[in-house]
Write a protein that binds this ligand. Structure first.
Ligand code: GUN
Length: 294
């Protein structure tokens, strides 16, 4: 059997089209242009390329992008002051501080300083608490992107056994929580596996839907997947590729060629989950501009 590809680029383009429409309506009806402040501290190449992609996506969708690139020597105090300024700026509806931050800055203190009504990354304790309680909030972008991929590919999560491999604050914990909520794209039975799980394959083989978010290539091989399972690969590992112009290529956590022989549907890397993350950030920025999350 050969799996159907879940095309994140296509689904992402569809959602961005829906957002353009909403942005135009917001502008006509209420004179509001959604604004996103993006803050990058330091020169990490992967972060720089994410931030550039976010800025471009804003411009293409009709969102005002306020770009703040600060040196790696920026102090925590200076960063907190900038966040306070953006919290009070009426042109800014969403604030995103690119992670990871330099080691001298306390990431949790910075995230907590973002006003809850502007927390478009959905990483603050308030946003994550609301997510867990099933209250309206900004859903973290990659987890929400995964739910949208499943919904728009007509994958039924209701009563399904979903196995999540990885327990990060950014992906594993929030996506597991979304999947068991009483909501569309929820109502699943969820198992979370991680570094300390004994006999990982014992669990992954039971998954109707397998979500790989471990951050390591070759985490999921063909023998670990039940025939007919839906496989979502969140991995974006840079592996050396001397022949490619950049000297590296992106590889997921899943051995795509062999797993696609047994899965029913699968996301590729790149072009699966990746494009959805920025799209759901745009979605959250529009949601923030509507003023419905306080
Ligand atoms: N670093 C890697 N992914 C993300 C993300 O979704 N948001 C932020 N702020 N930083 C990241």
């Amino acid at each position: 059997m050969s799996a159907t590809i879940i095309n994140g680029k296509e689904i992402s383009a569809q959602i961005r089209q829906e957002l353009r429409q909403q942005i135009q309506e917001l502008h006509h009806a209420r004179g509001i242009t959604p604004g996103l402040a993006v803050i990058l501290v330091g020169e990490d190449p992967a972060s720089q390329s994410y931030v550039t992609a976010k800025e471009r996506a804003c411009q293409e969708t009709g969102i005002y992008s306020d770009d703040n690139r600060l040196p790696a020597t920026t102090t925590q105090q200076e960063l907190l002051q900038l966040i306070q300024q953006k919290n009070q700026d009426p042109r800014i509806h969403g604030i995103l501080v690119q992670l990871p931050l330099p080691r001298h800055i306390d990431e949790q203190a910075v995230i907590a300083a973002i006003a809850p009504e502007k927390d478009v990354d959905g990483f603050s304790p308030i946003s994550l608490g609301r997510l867990m309680l099933g209250q309206p909030t900004f859903l973290s972008c990659t987890p929400h992107g995964i739910i949208q991929l499943l919904l728009r590919s007509h994958v039924n999560t209701d009563g399904a056994h979903v196995v999540v491999v990885g327990r990060s604050n950014i992906v594993g914990k929030p996506v597991a929580n979304l999947l068991f909520q009483k909501a569309a794209g929820g109502n699943a039975t969820v198992t979370i596996c991680h570094r300390h799980t004994r006999d990982l394959a014992h669990f992954t083989r039971q998954a109707d839907i397998l979500i790989a978010a471990a951050g390591a290539p070759h985490t999921i091989t063909k023998e670990m997947v039940k025939p007919g399972a839906v496989v979502i690969d969140v991995g974006v590992n840079r592996v050396s590729a001397p022949d490619s112009p950049r000297g590296y290529r992106l590889q997921g956590d899943v051995d795509f060629a062999e797993v696609s022989q047994v899965a029913s549907q699968i996301t590729p890397v790149p072009g699966g989950v990746g494009p959805m993350t920025i799209t759901m950030l745009l979605y959250n920025t529009v949601l923030a501009a509507k003023g419905e999350i306080r």
